[in-house]
Design a protein around this ligand. Structure first.
Ligand SMILES: C[S@@+](CC[C@H](N)C(=O)[O-])C[C@H]1O[C@@H](n2cnc3c(N)ncnc32)[C@H](O)[C@@H]1O
Length: 296
């Protein structure tokens, strides 16, 4: 496709029409606003008074390319190479999962529940670093550590930490294999003390749900970040809850993002392991999405 209009109003209409079959009206509005901010440095407030602006042919070409790639299914956040998460501007690309709004809600729950008393935080399955970096930004005195299997995701998280000047460190390890990270964690605990908060948004989508998912997720985001075996969808929760126990402070808290259909079963796992004060929480869409529990 190729845009014919160069004036602001006309181009916005063509842009919207080109994406209508794939995105909702509110998503297109957001993509338009973000594209103008990202590519042409037109701020949101400037956009409100830009109706008499014309676009050059190079600018139109850029927007054409963007629309064509969006129609091909590439996620917008990968195309512009950034995403906003809990007030932080994160670099984003196909090395890691795009942070979801419900994960921001999990971070917010932690930030609302705790104040300055937190010294050590562990983010298991840290991906792009979104959770660990947002917590480091909030709990500025805390040591924050991420644990992740994918070297690509670790590289992205480290680039984000460097760009944001946040002192988060990332360990490579397979959380399903305690041996691959217990020495590094023990070392960390010897140096800084036990963890006051462990948080995780692990892979939790059973393989059989793939057929209901959008192709822009399936074809472009890392499968490692998403899927778990149909016959054991809660393996990450079981293994994480148990394997971090020796590294927890007295009365430490563990927080999970969960699959809404499995939140009660995940809650049972925590109770069986002896965690107390287990509480579930809904996300803004009304789905049971989060759990917190305290070490007894
Ligand atoms: C749902 S994503 C969450 C990423 C990030 N924390 C977020 O909230 O956007 C799950 C992450 O777990 C990582 N992962 C998958 N299997 C793992 C394993 N066995 N050990 C450690 N991390 C693993 C994936 O690479 C991915 O980054």
């Amino acid at each position: 496709m190729s845009f014919k209009q160069v004036d602001y109003k006309g181009l916005k209409i063509e842009f919207t029409e080109a994406l209508t079959s794939q995105f909702s009206a509110s998503e297109i509005k957001l993509i338009w606003r973000e594209s103008l901010r990202h590519y042409f440095a037109i701020s949101y407030s400037e956009q409100l008074i830009s109706e008499d602006r014309n676009f050059t042919s190079n600018e139109c070409q850029l927007l054409n390319q963007l629309v064509n790639r969006l129609k091909f299914g590439e996620p917008f956040q990968y195309l512009i190479g950034e995403v906003e998460f809990y007030g932080l501007e994160l670099k984003m690309d196909s090395r890691a999962l795009i942070p979801r709004p419900e994960t921001e809600e999990l971070v917010d729950w932690i930030c609302q529940n705790h104040k300055g008393e937190i010294s050590n935080i562990l983010d298991v399955c840290s991906g792009s670093g979104c959770i660990s970096l947002a917590l480091s930004n909030t709990f500025q005195e805390a040591n924050v550590l991420g644990l992740e299997y994918s070297k690509d995701a670790i590289n992205l998280a480290e680039e984000n930490a460097l760009a944001l000047k946040l002192p988060v460190r990332y360990l490579e390890g397979d959380v399903l294999d305690l041996k691959s990270f217990e020495n590094s964690l023990s070392e960390q605990v010897k140096q800084n003390g036990t963890f006051d908060i462990v948080v995780s948004n692990p892979p939790y989508i059973p393989n059989h749900e793939k057929k209901e998912m959008e192709s822009n997720v399936l074809d472009h985001e890392p499968a490692l970040a998403l899927f778990v075996p149909d016959n054991d969808p809660l393996l990450f929760y079981r293994i994480i809850s148990e394997s971090v126990m020796p590294f927890l402070s007295t009365n430490a808290w563990i927080y999970f993002e969960c699959h809404y259909l499995y939140v009660d079963q995940t809650r049972e796992i925590l109770i069986e392991l002896g965690y107390q004060n287990v509480e579930k929480r809904q996300d803004l869409q009304g789905k049971w999405r989060m759990l917190k529990a305290q070490k007894s």
